[in-house]
Design a binder for this molecule. Sequence first.
Ligand code: C2E
Ligand code: MG
Ligand code: MG
Ligand code: MG
Length: 295
Amino acid sequence: HAKAGGRNRLAFYSAELDEQAQQRRTLEHALRGAVERREFVLHYQPAVELRSGRVTGFEALVRWNRPGHGLVAPNEFIDVLEDTGLIRDVGDWVIGEVVRQLAAWEHAGHEHLRAAVNVSAAQLRPSAVNPDLHAEPVYSLLEKVQACLARHPLRTAQLEIELTESALMTDAAFACETLERLRAVVGRVHVDDFGTGYSSLAYLKRLPIDSLKIDRVFVQDLPDDAEDASIVRAVIGLAHSLGLDVIAEGIETEAQRQFLLAAGCDHGQGYLFSRPVPADEVPALLQGSRGPPGA
Ligand code: C2E
Ligand code: MG
Ligand code: MG
Ligand code: MG
């Protein structure tokens, strides 16, 4: 009986794995179509200066407007885009769209707005050398950014980038070199999800970065969780002593905001201030913000 049960279980697991693999292939196929049909939209979430509450910039967050499914969150598809290399196509579109949008806001009188785009590790590397495809053009994020900026010249370093700690640390020496060159054409470089990867402090010191974004997992249980409180204070101290700015992610409550402000955190993002919104709702957010954006 036990044996038969084991076999059935194995059959069950393998059927489940087959189904997962099938679902994955379906999703991959749908995403290839989505890239061709440009089914993506960007929402923008403000970052505020904690002291004053004024909006200092936005983060562009991609959504997939999947026919019959509504808006699909990035956590459902970013990893597939990364595994298939499609992230470069979508990432290029994101950069082009943000630059176009910044220029449109500029034209509408919202001057010097800043917007950060999330960049995956796969976008930092030139395409893998394929000996069978000598003609394959080498992908370059830098060239892409330069081409977009040539089409819509922005007045200041308004385009910013966010790279996760893990993306930076996978090949820190390479990231360092790439960032040096990117830094000449973009504004600030933020380290996203800080605290969830394994940063080498030696590299952190050398990387051309401007700010650390404290991951939401360390913010959600503030101010009561004593360990998170210690971690957050330590990260703020580390960042400031390295001359970096600190942005706390996922601030949902006034108590969290007050703790972070008292701990010396510079900026914050989270539902307490605003959820990510479609581009046409951004002007209203600026109106509600105390003081002018920029700085
Ligand atoms: P992230 O860059 O760390 O972005 C922050 C995420 O936290 C966003 O989720 C945002 O909507 C969410 N968030 C903001 N405030 C709060 C809050 O107060 N509470 C809670 N519970 N959540 C909050 P979203 O938009 O679903 O994006 C998830 C992740 O997908 C992003 O994390 C980023 O890693 C990735 N992503 C989004 N857009 C892009 C993109 O254009 N390119 C790449 N490569 N990755 C992207
Ligand atoms: Mg981000
Ligand atoms: Mg993050
Ligand atoms: Mg994240």
